[in-house]
Design a protein around this ligand. Structure first.
Ligand code: SF4
Ligand code: MG
Length: 332
């Protein structure tokens, strides 16, 4: 397997002053394989968008490193980082906010090509704009219109066309379908899948809900309060979630079959999501975990591969920690 992206012990802390440190990302390690879709999931504020922005170099890191196509992203010069944009692009949640309302679709999609001086003449560039519009399911007649003339789904298609303008091989999609109507979500997901096949793209697909990433992801990483708590193949995650937080997230997704739905044990998490400003000691999930043990408040659980390609950070799976529970964690 070829890794397009490698993230090692990445930390991104924000100093808020007055001795307050926001630990948005607090030591995350994973990689992304070339050509796959990696789903990154967690509640808002868990650090998933911060990871996206740190990968692409919009944020500097606090600790750790990010390797992209063999280069250390945070050691690149301004000029090299600028060039990196041709390989790595981002799609945002709210296409309306990220598209300039006073620009035509042509201007919006041309802008990155102009900034990077991709074409010598305007005609060539225009042809590329039309091609991109067609690739995302729009057409050349849309080029002279303004963002407000389009539906949410169409605007997201414009955002995708712009992200494709420089011919990247890696795209970070930060909640690209969360703001769209349910009926439109599948269309955008299908478009992304189709583009991936045609262009051999790699995606980091960020979502706040496990049901949204199921269809599209090859592997999924689950985040909670700045930490990655579980990572495995998509199917494995749904069949055999190991981390209590993943189990709770999955148990919240309704199952269409009423017989199964009725018998299923729903895990309700107690308490609120703590603040990442003063996260709990030890395991960050311990204040809401139904299985919390003494060790959980004292030691941060290690990120370990408990079975092939299945990573989890939880003391329940650490053979060196005595399991003080009289029950086993639910595996649903
Ligand atoms: Fe729960 Fe402890 Fe595992 Fe954290 S380490 S998820 S508190 S059992
Ligand atoms: Mg976000």
């Amino acid at each position: 397997e070829e890794k397009i992206l490698e993230i090692n012990h990445l930390k991104k802390h924000f100093d808020l002053g007055k001795n307050q440190l926001l630990k948005a990302v607090d030591g995350v390690t994973f990689h992304i394989r070339r050509g796959e879709t990696f789903g990154l999931v967690g509640e808002s504020g868990c650090g998933k968008s911060t990871i996206g922005r740190t990968i692409i170099g919009l944020y500097n890191k606090t600790e750790g490193d990010v390797w992209f196509n063999g280069r250390n992203v945070h050691e690149l010069s301004e000029k090299e980082l600028f060039k990196l944009r041709r390989e790595m692009q981002m799609i945002f949640q709210d296409p309306y906010a990220s598209l300039n309302p006073r620009s035509t679709v042509r201007e919006i999609i041309s802008e990155p090509m102009e900034v990077h001086q991709l074409y010598k003449n305007k005609k060539e560039q225009d042809e590329r704009v039309y091609e991109l519009l067609e690739e995302v399911g729009l057409n050349r007649d849309h080029a002279n219109r303004y963002p407000h003339e389009f539906s949410g789904g169409q605007r997201q298609r414009i955002g995708i066309a712009r992200a494709l303008a420089l011919g990247p091989d890696f795209i970070i999609a930060d909640e690209p379908i969360s703001a769209l109507d349910v009926s439109v979500q599948a269309q955008v997901v299908n478009l992304l899948k189709q583009l991936q096949e045609e262009k051999g793209l790699t995606f980091l697909f960020i979502a706040h809900d496990l049901s949204m990433v199921k269809q599209i992801s090859d592997r999924i990483g689950v985040m909670y309060l700045g930490n990655m708590v579980e990572l495995t193949e998509s199917e494995m995650l749904y069949e055999k979630p190991l981390h209590p937080y993943t189990q709770a997230l999955l148990s919240a997704i309704p199952i269409p079959d009423p017989d199964i739905e009725e018998k299923r044990e729903r895990i309700i998490l107690e308490g609120d999501l703590p603040s990442p400003i003063n996260p709990p000691s030890g395991c960050v999930f311990r204040t809401r975990c139904p299985f919390a043990m003494e060790v959980c408040s004292k030691e941060k659980p290690e990120w370990q591969e408990v079975e092939n390609n299945h990573f989890v950070a939880c003391h329940l799976y650490n053979k060196n920690v005595k399991n003080t529970l009289d029950k086993d964690p639910v595996v649903n």
